[in-house]
Write a new protein. Sequence first.
Length: 265
Amino acid sequence: MVDSRASRPSDGLGSTSPAPAVTRAAAVMDALAASATGRLTLSDLARELGIPKSSTSNLLLALEEARLISRQGSEFTLGRKLVELGAAYLSRLDEVQEFYRFCEQAPTLSGETVRIAMLDGANVIYLARYEGHPAVRLTSNIGDKMPVSLCAVGKALIARLHEHDIDAMFPDDADLPVLTPKSIRTGAELKAQLRQIREQGHAFEDEESTTGVVCLAVSVPTHGAHGPSLGLSVTALKATYSDEQGAQMVKELKELARSLGNPMG
């Protein structure tokens, strides 16, 4: 996927922030997460932040001491401390705990690969993954980001947005990321699918992100005006998928969505 990050201004990232060091530290971890290899050198990171190597070096030393990054020779990677922080965050989300409980007991979903995701701009972030079907291993893992146009859960979530917000995000002639020959390629194609999703109440992805894999998804009713936008998806191998199976999957996904959106039933 093309790296769309713009070059930093000459005065350096964080120059207008109330806490520049924090802003730059976050940028270091974002850059490492976005790197194709997961590794960047001091020079790479200084160039990304737009600040001198000496300042970048001091910042990296502080992050390394905090175990937020790790040094491997002349390169840096994300640190294991982030796994601990991520696990602590997820363990405190009631929705994630209920997600696992429901999937374990559901007649159909208990044997499938099910995920819960959060909307993050034009992407979704996967928060949890229930492994009921080990054969489907080519789908996203916990913490992965995926453009909304490439996944059923992303489309289910943005289908809830106002039309003017969708138009601003995805003009008709927008070129969308492509992973397979069946990926949606333009904003106009995406918006046509969104209209269908609103009518049927769920999203369907037909080998658009992974060849041989289909996916169904629904959105979760939002907790209050500022609650997180959550969605649920289930994947299946296209070779064995049937409409009857899909109908049962959607039924259980909607039951789970109602449970997460209204814990009191």
